[in-house]
Design a binder for this molecule. Structure first.
Ligand code: FES
Length: 508
C-alpha cells in the first residue's frame, strides 16, 4: 500500500547537523573503557565515565545520532504507559520503586546535561505527560497505574482530561516532564565528550569481545581495540553470552510527522489501548508538527509495514485534522520478559563487559539511567537500583512467562524455517518491487526485484543464528523474526544482533 506523502527519515535526523568530532577514523588509542554504540546510552555513559577520570573510546557502526535514539517521539518522562503497575504485578512494589528511582535519576541527569550543552537542543521542561484510556473497559488500567505510581511516591494525578481533541475516559498525569531534540542533544553530547578528551570512531562495526584476565579485546571490522572494560550499548546485544538475546523481544514501530492545524491541542500523550498512539508536538523547520509513533509489531512478523504509516496518517487526519504529512519513519525497541531493562554485567562469569538493553520503548530516561548505573559499576560506586536491573538475571532468575512465550515463538520459527517445506515460486514470478524467499538451486534465497527490474539476491539465512528472514515492504529490508536483526535488500546489516551481512547469491 503506498504511503501518501513524506520523507523516509525522522524529523529529528532531518533537522540535525553532523557533530564536529574531528577525525572519526579507526585508531587504536589507549583506553580504559570501549563503549560500543553511540546512541543515548553509549554517549552518555562515555561522557560520565570520562568525567570520572577514565579514558574512553566510543565505536559506532554508523554515525552518531543515526540510531534508534532519533527515531522515537522523544519524550523525556518517567511516565511509561502502564509499566509501574505491570512491574509491580510481576516483581512486586520494591521493583517498581527501583524502576521509578532509576528513571527519575535518568530524567534529572538528562536535564542537567541538556542544560549544560553549548548547543540548543530544544529542551522544554514543564509539560505534563498523560497516559489515557479511551474506552471504559480500559479505565481500570489507568486507575491501577495511578495507584502504584502514588504508592511508590511519584507525583501523579488521576482525572478525565488529556491534551487531545477527542474525549477520554480516564487519564493519569505525570506533571513537569520534558521533551527535546534528540539528534541535537546527542550531537552536542558527543562534541562535549570529544572536546573533553574522548575519542569517537564511526563507520566501524564491533564483531566480538574477548574478556581475558584484566583486559578486553574488541574485534571490529577495522581492527582490534583493547580496554579494561567494554560497554555493549547496541540496543540488542550482539554478543550471544548472558542469554539476553534469547529473552528479549524486538518490536518495530512507526512514526509520522504532519502539520498540526492551528488551535488543535497536541500534548505529550499515550493511550493504553491497542494500537498504540504516542503523540507530542514539535516546531521544526518553521512548522508546528504533530508527531505520532505507534502501530508496532514484532520484527519480521508482518510484511505490509507500509500500511502502518497509512493507518497512522488516517488516525492523525481523523483525530487531529492533519492533512499535510512531512515525514514517515520507523523505530525498533526491545523488551525484557519482566519489563525491567537488562543493565550491568553481561554474564555471570563476566567482570568487565557490560550491557544495557530492553527499554520497552522508553529509552530517554532508561538509557540515561543505564549510563549512570554502568558508570557506577565501573568506578565501584554503590547504586541502589543495580540489583533490580541486573542483566545477569537473564541467566540466573528468569525465565518467566515472557521468556516461555517469546522463545516458544522463536523456537517454532526456527524449526519451521529449518525443516519446513521448501519455499515455492520462482524468480520469473517476481515483478518490479516484489520480494520473496525462494528455493534457488536448493538454497533458501531472499530475492528482491527493484523498481527498474534488477534482481538482488542474498541468502535468506540470518547470519546471527540461522533463522529465515522475512520481507519488510515499507523499508525494503529483510527482517529476522527471531531476534530482530535487519538487513538491507542487498544484505548489508541495518540492525543487530547480526554483525555480518547476508551472503550474496547469484541466479543459476
Ligand atoms: Fe537471531 Fe536472526 S536475529 S537468528
Amino acid at each position: 500500500m503506498p504511503v501518501r506523502a513524506g520523507r523516509h527519515l525522522s524529523p529529528w535526523v532531518e533537522t540535525m547537523s553532523p557533530p564536529d568530532l574531528g577525525s572519526t577514523a579507526f585508531r587504536d588509542v589507549p583506553a580504559d573503557v570501549v563503549v560500543i554504540g553511540a546512541g543515548i546510552t553509549g554517549i552518555t555513559a562515555a561522557l560520565l565515565l570520562q568525567r570520572a577520570g577514565l579514558r574512553v573510546v566510543v565505536v559506532e557502526a554508523e554515525q552518531v545520532g543515526r540510531s534508534v535514539t532519533t527515531a522515537s517521539t522523544v519524550k523525556v518522562t518517567f511516565g511509561h504507559k502502564t509499566l509501574y503497575s505491570t512491574i509491580e504485578q510481576g516483581l512486586g512494589l520494591d521493583a517498581a520503586a527501583a524502576y521509578a528511582q532509576a528513571n527519575v535519576a535518568g530524567f534529572g541527569q538528562l536535564l542537567d546535561l541538556a542544560r549544560s550543552l553549548s548547543t540548543d537542543c530544544m529542551l522544554e521542561h514543564g509539560h505534563p505527560h498523560i497516559i489515557y484510556a479511551e474506552r471504559e473497559d480500559e479505565v481500570e488500567q489507568i486507575q491501577k497505574e495511578a495507584d502504584v505510581a502514588q504508592r511508590i511516591g511519584l507525583p501523579v494525578s488521576l482525572g478525565h482530561e488529556a491534551p487531545v481533541p477527542f474525549p477520554v475516559a480516564a487519564a493519569v498525569t505525570f506533571e513537569n516532564q520534558a521533551h527535546f531534540h534528540p539528534g541535537r542533544y546527542l550531537a552536542a553530547l558527543a562534541e562535549t565528550f570529544v572536546r573533553e578528551g574522548g575519542t569517537v570512531i564511526e563507520g566501524v562495526r564491533a564483531r566480538d569481545v574477548d574478556e581475558d584476565g584484566g583486559v578486553c579485546q574488541v574485534d571490529t571490522t577495522a581492527g582490534c581495540l583493547s580496554a579494561a572494560h567494554v560497554v555493549v550499548a547496541t540496543q540488542y546485544p550482539f554478543l550471544d553470552r548472558g542469554g539476553q538475546f534469547a529473552q528479549l523481544s524486538a518490536r518495530r514501530s512507526y512514526g509520522i510527522a504532519g502539520v498540526l492545524p492551528d488551535g488543535v491541542p497536541a500534548g505529550m500523550t499515550i493511550n493504553v489501548g491497542s494500537p498504540t498512539h504516542s503523540t507530542r508536538s514539535a516546531t521544526l523547520g518553521g512548522e508546528k508538527l504533530l508527531i505520532v509513533v505507534g502501530e508496532g509489531h514484532e520484527v519480521g512478523h508482518v510484511t505490509d509495514s507500509a500500511e502502518r504509516w497509512v493507518r497512522l496518517e488516517q488516525w492523525a487526519q481523523e483525530r487531529f485534522g492533519v492533512t499535510e504529512f512531512r515525514n514517515h519513519w520507523s523505530a525498533q525497541e526491545t523488551s525484557t520478559p519482566d519489563h525491567v531493562p537488562f543493565v550491568g554485567f553481561i554474564a555471570p562469569g563476566s567482570h568487565r563487559i557490560y550491557t544495557a538493553t530492553g527499554y520497552d520503548g522508553w529509552g530517554m530516561t532508561n538509557g540515561t539511567a543505564a549510563a549512570i548505573l554502568i558508570r557506577d559499576l565501573i568506578v565501584g560506586e554503590h547504586n541502589p537500583w543495580a540489583a533490580t536491573f541486573d542483566a545477569r538475571r537473564a541467566e540466573t532468575s528468569l525465565p518467566g512467562k515472557g521468556f516461555t512465550k517469546h522463545n516458544l515463538h522463536v523456537a517454532k520459527t526456527w524449526v519451521k524455517d529449518r525443516v519446513g517445506g521448501a519455499p515455492t515460486g520462482s524468480l520469473q514470478d517476481l515483478r518490479a518491487g516484489d520480494a520473496a524467499v525462494l528455493d534457488v538451486s536448493g538454497e533458501r534465497t531472499a530475492a528482491y526485484r527493484g523498481d527498474q527490474g534488477e534482481l538482488h539476491m542474498v541468502s535468506a539465512v540470518c547470519t546471527h543464528m540461522g533463522c529465515d528472514v522475512a520481507w519488510n515492504d515499507g523499508e525494503k529490508s529483510w527482517d529476522c523474526p527471531c531476534h530482530g536483526s535487519r538487513f538491507n535488500y542487498d544484505g548489508a546489516v541495518l540492525h543487530g544482533p547480526a554483525t555480518s551481512p547476508l551472503l550474496p547469491r547469484s541466479p543459476e
